[in-house]
Design a protein around this ligand. Sequence first.
Ligand code: FAD
Length: 570
Amino acid sequence: MTNYYSDNRDLKFHLTHPLMEKIVVLKERNFSEKQEFDFAPMDFEDAMDSYDKVLEVVGEICGEVIAPNAEGVDAEGPRVVDGHVQYASGTRLNLDALIKSGLMGMSLPRRFGGLNFPIVPYIMAADIVSRADAGFVNIWGLQDCAETINEFASEEQKAEYLPQVAVGATMAMGLTEPDAGSDLQAVQLKAAWNDEKETWLLNGVKRFITNGDGDISLVLARSEQGTKDGRGLSMFIHHKAKGGVTVRRIEHKMGIIGSPTCELVFKDAPAELVGERKLGLIKYVMALMNGARLGIAAQSVGISEAAYREALSFAGERVQFGKAILRFPAVYEMLSVMKAKLDASRSLLYETARFVDLGKTYSQISEERRLEPEERAEMKKYQKLADFFTPLVKGMSSEFCNQLAYDAVQIHGGSGFMKDYPVERIYRDARITSIYEGTTQLQVVAAIRGVTTGAFLARIREYEAMKTDPELAFLKRALIIMSDEFEHAVNHVMAVNDNEYVDFHARRMVEMAGYIIMGYLLMLDANRDREYLRSARNFTRLAKAQVRAHSEFIGSSSIDDLGSYKYQQA
Ligand SMILES: Cc1cc2nc3c(=O)[nH]c(=O)nc-3n(C[C@H](O)[C@H](O)[C@H](O)COP(=O)(O)OP(=O)(O)OC[C@H]3O[C@@H](n4cnc5c(N)ncnc54)[C@H](O)[C@@H]3O)c2cc1C
């Protein structure tokens, strides 16, 4: 039996990170739910055992159902029937298998039928499902919209909608419109209160909405007529059963074909306001998108895993010039760099997930009781780290995933261009990861403050101060040199004191921070388990070259150079 969890030792390694004990104790409020729910864990070991068992089930469904269905789903795709989506037949089977095993609402509280899982094991499930089928993970993974309901909706709304998610209702996130993509402040879909019907009614069009015909949708709409910016937008819940929304079409896409990307028409669609008016974009969408960005980072890591495995297996079998191509330096180098990027992305993914867990859990506890001063300080620390690391991991891991998919096709040679091998689909599926939930450029816009405020550098210096075995000192030395180069480059840019100049170099600076942080994380992984030494060494060498290249570029540029890059608008 193929099991996508137990056949990958890296997953258990990250699940058992030393910080997990603190996360679990906080999340389980010292295991106080044991009296109320007999399936609640009684201690840390019990909780870890239940994550392990649930992930085993996810791994088995992925290996036995979802992965074998992936090709058929990609060929069949979803359809529109009478204004609604009909999934490809394999998609329905995948979803049913996960629902039957209780794998919806994984992170929701037990009182709503959820498993009360921390983000780490939930994201791990998303990582596993993505390896099996990157298109399908969108439909299953949109359950994390329920987190936003749990965080901001009223008790009545939570009681109504969250139990539905826990038994299999699918979700959607309706933000984008034809004229509002990266710039969501431009959203026009109209929300107006109707006295007679005593409800909000939504009118307008949404575009590119994944699983747009899902049961429960969170919709961003303009509730304050006459406004033009984000302060006029509010967040609404629309339930499919209330009607008023039809699917005009499903997009014909390059990849993730099983995931229906819908154009939606809202005609007097009844909806409920979530939280307060005018906070839709400013507060709720930001929280929603951060969760979704972490999900796309997990998708990217899962796709990278699939690409690496396909490439490795092909390279071991394909013989040219009398030997397996795996034995040519050009090929084994490519594979080792792929593995190093995969390990680095995964390490950053789970580091970020831990920060999110701690920041969120402290915040939930603060609503139940007054936090101690040191707890409050920890909450702030982890929330800040989560805010900066989320766009960093989304940006870096999605770009790496594209690079891995490209190299996996390359290793297959002409066969990689054919539909006979899964890499052809993996390559197409990978492409979206650096576009949706905010393009890489927009992740840089979100992450750059981590550079300019010194937050990334401060965290880098914290990693530097962590004790590691003398055997790894050569890695730390290289990383310290890179950190100094990074600091120097940032000072150079900041000294110019010009926002456009900062924007011009923003991606380079964010990437430098990303490479150094990933290098440190792999060093720490190698400190726990020497299996990661190989990737730590190979990644550090790669990072050194990248950091040096960016630092050279920045150091040799001045604000006067920007003119040679600019275009006149036609
Ligand atoms: C398959 C798919 C599924 C999707 N699913 C959903 C969904 O479920 N829900 C939802 O609401 N949306 C969804 N989207 C929309 C997606 O989030 C947007 O497509 C994405 O955010 C980019 O917006 P855009 O396509 O309008 O591109 P644009 O915003 O027009 O961007 C075009 C280019 O300009 C660059 N750019 C724009 N602004 C800036 C800036 N300030 N600085 C630097 N560069 C900039 C971008 O990086 C990009 O390279 C989906 C899209 C696709 C393709």
